[in-house]
Write a protein that binds this ligand. Structure first.
Ligand code: FE2
Ligand code: FE2
Length: 337
């Protein structure tokens, strides 16, 4: 996109198009599709019905467990391994909810509060408010998932979880920024990276037919919304970036790799907690061995959405981050429009 206040020129398939500050055609299509796409508008009834629950079916896919083949884990009882999978599923939901509250919603709120020039455009406001409604419904879905799982599996207590690693890293970055405008850019960047990357994590569960059908249904509904959010966020960030001054643009470029690194970080303490809670012997050994492997240091994430955002901002050469190959299970960020 080429900058200037007032008219903005964007690249469309046919060439450069003038869009006089009313938002892109892509954003318009995304906003108009919301009533047909949003889980809250189309699928809220599926959560109310009695869920079929076969206790023999696991809550979380074993193939996503990085220590699944570790001899100490294999030596645990079947019930302990089952408890670990249930704990991983509940923890996954807890972290999705925390990501909505601590990373996605604060970024959307900043846009709605109008702290960035360009965020007063009706289409931007409409698209972002739709996303806020969606996020609230996602929290509700995942909250129900936790409550149901705890009830059906008889999980009376949960170990206290560490703060979300991505949020810890955001706080650390914010602590180095004396200026409010700079902190606003950091929050926006963290939100934008979350919104363009969360879909891959959801897709892993949504497509899995080895777990409880209700779990994959919830993640499928969430995934559909997030695929659209990824595209909405790219359009919104393009609109805002086009109107940023040089200082804000520099802050955005500085924050992007920091946010991407934060989202690539593997927090092994959450895995250890589930092993310890289930009483698996050798939890520290399992985690220690995992730490020595590439999977123990870095999450396999699909960053193609964030990569596309950076391309659209024409910042590919300015952002210092080693993008991994796109994993084959990746759904990508939604088709434009
Ligand atoms: Fe969400
Ligand atoms: Fe979202």
């Amino acid at each position: 996109m080429r900058e200037e206040s007032g008219a903005v020129t964007t690249w469309a398939s046919g060439g450069w198009v003038e869009e006089d500050g009313i938002g892109s055609a892509t954003l318009r299509r995304l906003v108009e599709a919301w009533p047909r796409r949003a889980a809250v508008a189309t699928s809220s009834d599926v959560l109310g019905g009695p869920a079929t629950y076969d206790p023999r079916v696991p809550d979380y896919p074993l193939r996503m467990v990085p220590f699944a083949q570790h001899p100490r884990f294999l030596a645990a009882t079947g019930e302990q391994r089952r408890q670990v999978l249930t704990g991983l599923w509940i923890g996954y939901n807890e972290r999705v909810i925390a990501t909505e509250h601590l990373i996605a919603e604060p970024a959307f709120d900043l846009v709605m509060r109008g702290v960035f020039p360009g965020s007063d455009q009706p289409l931007v406001r409409q698209g972002v408010q739709q996303a806020i409604v969606d996020e609230s419904f996602h929290t509700y879905m995942h909250m129900l998932a936790v409550a149901r799982t705890r009830e059906l599996r008889g999980v009376r207590s949960r170990p206290e979880q560490p703060a979300l690693v991505t949020y810890r890293r955001l706080r650390e970055v914010l602590a180095t920024m004396p200026e409010a405008w700079e902190r606003d850019v950091a929050v926006l960047v963290w939100g934008a990276v979350a919104e363009t990357c969360i879909n891959s994590l959801l897709a892993l569960l949504a497509r899995d037919d080895s777990i409880q059908p209700m779990h994959s249904l919830i993640t499928t509904l969430h995934l559909r919304d997030e695929t659209a959010h990824g595209s909405v966020v790219i359009e919104v960030v393009r609109e805002l970036h086009a109107r940023m001054n040089a200082d804000r643009r520099r802050a955005l470029v500085r924050c992007l790799p920091l946010a991407l690194e934060a989202f690539a970080e593997q927090d092994l303490s959450t895995l250890r907690l589930e092993l310890v809670t289930a009483g698996v012997e050798g939890a520290d050994e399992i985690i220690g061995d995992l730490r020595a492997t590439p999977a123990g240091r870095r999450l396999v994430r699909d960053f193609s959405g964030a990569q596309r955002m950076i391309e659209q901002l024409e910042l590919t050469h300015a952002v210092d981050f080693d993008f991994p190959e796109r994993p084959e299970w990746s759904p990508g960020v939604g088709v434009r429009g």
